[in-house]
Design a protein around this ligand. Sequence first.
Ligand code: AMP
Length: 412
Amino acid sequence: MPFQAFGLHPLLQRAVKELGYTEPTPVQAGAIPPALLGRDILATAQTGTGKTAAFVLPILHRLMAQPKKGIRVVVISPTRELAAQIEDACRGFAKHTDLTSTLIVGGRPIGPQERALKSAPDVVVATPGRLLDLMKQNANLFFGTTVLVLDEADSMLDMGFLPDVKRIVAKLTGRKQTLLFSATMPPTIAKLAGELLRKPETIQIGRRTATAVGITQAAYPVPANLKMALLRHLLRHTEMPSILVFTRTKHAAKKLAKQVAIDGFTVAELHSNRSPAQRTSAMAGFKRGDCQVMVATNIAARGLDVAHVTHVISTDVPDVPEDYVHRIGRTGRAGASGDAFILVSPDEEDSLARIERQVGQRLPRITLPDFDYKQAGPAMPTMTAAPRGPRPARASQARGGSSRGNKPPRRR
Ligand code: AMP
């Protein structure tokens, strides 16, 4: 089905065409027609599936048919980065129209944001905390808001934003259409959906916690204190044009970024010790391809949309399997292929087993023939801030890690 079949306003179609979209993605094919009719939507879709356009396009189309009357749409998203990305998408799709949008996020001066709200943009894209602060003084600005989008609802739950989200919803008294997107559907989100949505069109893309197709995953067993050395080895010996490296802590991210820069790579850092301006410029630099490596904490795991990420490397095993799924979803975006590697120390094998159960596949274990696993590393782990409990004696590094029969990563 071509995009034209939706009957979107010609000015929106023009923008869609300029962006190079020809065929809708499955979530777009499922959500756009009912959303154009004003129906509520409940969509379970991973990031990278094209869900932003799935809600932005029908919303903009409907706005064009109505008279302007202040803030008509509120989109809530869990992170500043994701909110910025959505607002960017709104601007991109609305570029040939007179529809306007604004971004309301924490970590930036509140004054200009308040002024932007008072200028009556059609669409407000926001993170919950800052939006709620501004709504307290300016509740009247939202009397004409009829459309609410909750994006990445499960992340908002994980990040403790649900009470704020509920307070915001309570203030949107003119709400007529609600669209809820979530990568997974934990019971709390299903309950919230039951409370907020009226006869929603339900769209489910892929398995609940399935990883995106096109991503090749592999685990690299390694003693905790050699993770840095193994990562540097991988960077030096594997062709990886654009790499997103995840660390558990901002301290580890900083340390790693420094080391990788010493090794001669161009590096950007994304973690909460960076100022909003630094985070924005890191994102922009990585997106432009100025930096080959981005080192990030989980803050970047959700929402970050960089079309060209070829490799995601996790230097720790997340305790929550969904965090892993989100991390690796940063590669293989929109049908592209990518590799996702995870460095696993013996005491993390149990967490990895949980992830494997959730993604329904055992990751191949890879041991590099040309890496010295017996070398003396630092006495303490260098990539995980605190050792997580005593290391079980049963888990030798080689356990499950023999590479016999497993190929080393593609050397490009
Ligand atoms: P999202 O899941 O909304 O973050 O989108 C992931 C990526 O897919 C973004 O870079 C979009 O620009 C891209 N994308 C979304 N829809 C389409 C489409 N129909 N055709 C091609 N690319 C798309």
